[in-house]
Ligand binder design. Structure first.
Ligand code: SF4
Length: 441
C-alpha cells in the first residue's frame, strides 16, 4: 500500500491508465512513467482526449476509492467506478440527465478493467463497485458491463468482490449472465410505486424494474440454496450470493417513509435482498427539480436505522412508529420511538431478560444482547460499568432497564434531548447542488 499519495493523485494516476494500450491488458498493471512509490507529487501520463473533462465533474468523476466496514471491525476498500456519466434518460432528479449541460466522459470496458487492475495491483482497493449512466441502448450498456466482469473473472481470474448496478431495459439473458459473475447486483427502484416513479423518471418503468429484480432474485436464491446443500462456491462465478441492494430517492416524491418501508418489507419477503439504499433528494442545478426543497440528511439516516430494525432486530413493518404525517420522527431514532410508544414493555430486567427482550432496548444491539446472556450465566452484572463493558450504550439504555430490580437511571435518554432540536441536525439551509449523493450507491 502506497501511503505517500493523496486520493486525487491516485485517481489521476489511475485515469492515466485509461489511455489506449495496444500491448494488451496487463495481469499486473504497469506503473506509469513519473510514478515512484512514496514520491509526491506524481506526474501521471496524459489521459485520453475522451476523458479530458474527467476532473471537471466533481463527484461525477469516473473514479472514487471508498473504505467500507462490515462485520466486526472488518475493513475493505472498493474502487467505485462510474463507467460513464452520459445518459439518454432524463430523470428529473439526476445530475447526469440527458438535457443537462455537463462534460461527459466514458470508460471503455477494457479501460475500466485496466484501471481496476492497476489500483488492485497497488493495494489501493480490494474490490470493485461499478455503476453507469445509459448512453443509447440499455442492452449495449449491459453488454459492456458483462464484458468488464467476464474479463476480470474469466481472463484475469479476479475472485474478489464485485458489486455491479444493472440498468433498466436489460434483457433476461443479460441479467442472468451479469448476476452469475457478480458478488452483488443492485437495482435503482428510485420510488416505492409506479405512479411516483413516473413523476420523477419518465423513461423508467416500475413493473419492468420489478421484473428485473425478480429475475436476479430467483437466480440468487437458487445459488444460495445450492450452496446450502453442498455445492462448493465458485469465487469466479459467485452468482450474486452476497445479496441484492435496491435504491430509493427519498423526498423527490410525496411518498412517506411508511410507504417506502412498506414496499421495502414486501420485497424483502422474497429473499435474496441484502439491504436497501436511501438517498436523500438534493435539488440539482439545471434540472426540473432545481427549486424543490432538499430532503434532510437525517431523514435518510432514520430510514437506514428503521431498515436495520427490520433486517437485524426482528421488527415487523407494523411495529415501526411513524408520525401523523407517515414519516419517521426526526428527533428520536426509530428504536427509541418504538420503546417510548410501548411503556408496557419496559423496564427490562437485564439479569433475566431473553436475548429478544434485550434486543428491544435502545442502546443494545444483537451482539451485545448475546454477550449479556452468555456473561450473566457466570457473573452477576452490578451496574453501568458492567453494562458498558459488554457493549451497552448506557446513555441510551439506562432509562429502559433494571438490574436486580433497581433502575439504573430515572431519566430516559430521549427525555434529556430538550436542548437539541431535530432541525439542527436535519439541516436548516436550502442548498442547490451539482451532484447527487446517491450517485455511487
Ligand atoms: S438516474 Fe440513471 S437513468 Fe436516470 S438520468 Fe440518471 S443516470 Fe440516467
Amino acid at each position: 500500500m502506497d501511503r505517500g499519495m493523496g486520493l486525487q493523485q491516485k485517481i489521476d494516476l489511475l485515469m492515466s491508465l485509461a489511455q489506449d494500450d495496444h500491448e494488451g491488458l496487463p495481469s499486473r498493471a504497469p506503473v506509469p512513467a513519473g510514478y515512484r512509490a512514496g514520491a509526491s507529487p506524481v506526474t501521471p501520463r496524459v489521459v485520453p482526449p475522451r476523458l479530458r473533462h474527467a476532473a471537471e465533474v466533481g463527484a461525477l468523476r469516473p473514479l472514487n476509492i471508498r473504505q467500507l466496514r462490515y462485520g466486526a471491525g472488518v475493513r475493505t476498500s472498493l474502487l467505485r467506478i462510474l463507467m460513464t456519466n452520459a445518459c439518454s434518460f432524463n430523470c428529473h432528479y439526476c445530475p447526469m440527465r440527458r438535457d443537462r449541460n455537463l462534460p461527459r466522459t466514458l470508460l471503455k470496458p477494457e479501460e475500466l478493467v485496466r484501471i481496476f487492475l492497476g489500483a488492485y495491483a497497488r493495494g489501493w482497493c480490494e474490490g470493485l463497485f461499478i455503476t453507469t449512466g445509459i448512453p443509447g441502448r440499455p442492452v449495449k450498456v449491459m453488454d459492456d458491463l458483462i464484458q468488464v466482469l467476464e474479463s476480470l473473472r474469466e481472463r484475469h481470474r479476479f475472485a474478489g468482490y464485485i458489486h455491479v448496478k444493472m440498468v433498466p431495459g436489460a434483457d433476461a439473458a443479460q441479467i442472468e449472465r451479469l448476476t452469475a459473475l457478480a458478488s452483488r447486483i443492485s437495482l435503482n427502484l428510485e420510488a416505492p410505486c409506479g405512479a411516483s416513479l413516473a413523476r420523477i423518471a419518465p423513461d423508467k418503468s416500475f413493473p419492468a424494474a420489478l421484473t428485473s429484480l425478480e429475475r436476479a432474485r430467483a437466480q440468487i436464491n437458487t445459488a444460495r440454496l445450492e450452496e446450502r446443500y453442498g455445492r462448493p462456491r465458485d469465487p469466479l462465478h459467485p452468482g450474486g450470493t452476497a445479496g441484492m441492494t435496491m435504491q430509493f430517492v427519498v423526498g423527490a416524491t410525496p411518498d412517506t417513509d411508511q410507504g417506502i418501508l412498506n414496499t421495502v418489507t414486501a420485497l424483502y419477503r422474497g429473499g435474496g435482498i441484502h439491504h436497501s439504499q436511501f438517498s436523500a433528494f438534493r435539488p440539482i442545478r439545471e434540472t426540473p427539480l432545481e427549486s424543490a426543497r432538499a430532503t434532510p440528511a437525517l431523514r435518510e439516516h432514520r430510514l437506514y436505522q428503521a431498515d436495520h430494525l427490520l433486517r437485524r432486530y426482528g421488527f415487523d413493518a407494523g411495529e415501526i412508529a411513524y408520525g401523523a404525517d407517515g414519516n419517521l420522527p426526526l428527533g428520536v431514532d426509530p428504536k427509541c420511538a418504538w420503546a417510548l410508544a410501548h411503556p408496557e414493555r419496559f423496564p427490562v430486567e437485564v439479569r433475566t431478560a431473553s436475548a429478544e427482550e434485550l434486543l428491544r432496548v435502545p442502546g443494545i444491539g444483537p451482539a451485545t444482547a448475546r454477550r449479556i446472556v452468555s456473561e450473566r450465566a457466570g457473573t452477576t452484572l452490578r451496574g453501568l460499568r458492567d453494562l458498558r463493558r459488554l457493549g451497552v450504550v448506557t446513555a441510551r439504555a439506562a432509562g429502559f432497564v433494571t438490574l436486580g430490580g433497581r433502575r439504573v437511571q430515572t431519566l430516559r435518554w430521549s427525555e434529556q434531548l430538550g436542548f437539541w432540536g431535530p432541525e439542527e441536525e436535519a439541516g436548516a439551509y436550502q442548498l442547490v447542488y451539482d451532484v447527487s449523493p446517491g450517485t455511487f450507491r
